[in-house]
Design a binder for this molecule. Structure first.
Ligand SMILES: NC(=O)c1ccc[n+]([C@@H]2O[C@H](COP(=O)([O-])OP(=O)(O)OC[C@H]3O[C@@H](n4cnc5c(N)ncnc54)[C@H](OP(=O)(O)O)[C@@H]3O)[C@@H](O)[C@H]2O)c1
Length: 230
């Protein structure tokens, strides 16, 4: 079986476990110090993955913001920012989205085989469309990224994507930030949806660290024996 990268899930949520609000607008959960920490994590990775809904809702650039971190990467022979990765079924992605138009780094779009022709005609000029097989499984996707040289993958959400990496037992690490407010609207997206998670009352996850960053708290969970403490 091909090697999969080290997989780090990164997420900010409200006290009541929501990733955003019920409106189709990005909700800022974190603070500047934590955004900078996330930037450092990004700079340490070879690829960043988000679900297509996050591309549509948040319009993220997914670039390393700090000039010095970009320069450090370049000095190590890496592109200034990691490869950007998304996954879609409906292929309703705008080629003018910041995901596609910002950064010189490679952009990969995974979709199921029947959707590939449509995806190539819509996005073929701005991204590499990858045939994800009959149905895109996060394990296969991760192994394909490994074969492309990705050794460290950061998954930045949203909830549907996090749920699959967790229920498929693919995550090595979770970095969960809790913001000090409630969303209080069940129409909003939760950190995860229903599923059979490998961590449960009978098999507790390992809490590897807790850090206060201004008004938020970072919880680090070691989810596999491959967990890297650094
Ligand atoms: N707080 C945070 O850290 C954070 C981070 C990221 C996002 N968010 C928030 O999270 C919300 C979005 O999360 P979400 O759970 O709704 O969506 P998501 O996980 O971002 O994306 C889900 C979409 O990805 C595609 N997808 C996922 N798995 C797939 C598979 N196996 N095969 C094919 N396509 C697949 C589908 O796209 P199609 O619909 O195109 O078929 C699906 O609808 C937004 O509110 C965003 O602001 C918060």
């Amino acid at each position: 079986m091909p090697d999969r990268p080290y997989i780090l899930l990164s997420c900010g949520m409200s006290i009541d476990g929501y990733l955003g609000s019920a409106t189709p607008r990005r909700l800022e959960l974190s603070n500047n110090a934590d955004f900078d920490r996330v930037d450092a994590v990004r700079a340490s990775c070879d690829a960043i993955l988000v679900g297509a809904a996050t591309v549509r809702t948040d319009n993220p650039r997914l670039l390393v913001r700090s000039q010095s971190r970009r320069e450090e990467r370049t000095a190590r022979g890496l592109p200034p920012s990691p490869i950007k990765v998304t996954v879609t079924d409906r292929v309703e992605l705008d080629p003018r989205a910041d995901f596609f138009t910002t950064g010189e780094n490679e952009k990969l779009v995974y979709c199921a085989r029947p959707r590939v022709p449509d995806a190539r005609s819509r996005l073929g000029t701005v991204a590499t469309v990858v045939d994800g097989g009959r149905r895109v499984e996060m394990r296969t996707l991760s192994e394909d990224l490994g074969a492309r040289g990705v050794q460290r993958l950061m998954v930045e959400g949203g909830g549907k994507v996090h749920t699959q990496f967790l229920t498929d037992n693919l995550a090595d690490e979770l970095q969960l930030v809790v913001a000090p407010f409630f969303v209080g609207d069940s129409r909003a997206t939760r950190f995860v949806s229903d599923g059979r998670f490998p961590w449960n009352p009978g098999r507790r996850a390992t809490l590897a660290g807790v850090r206060q960053i201004g008004d938020v708290v970072l919880l680090r969970y070691a989810l596999s024996p491959r967990f890297q403490t650094g």
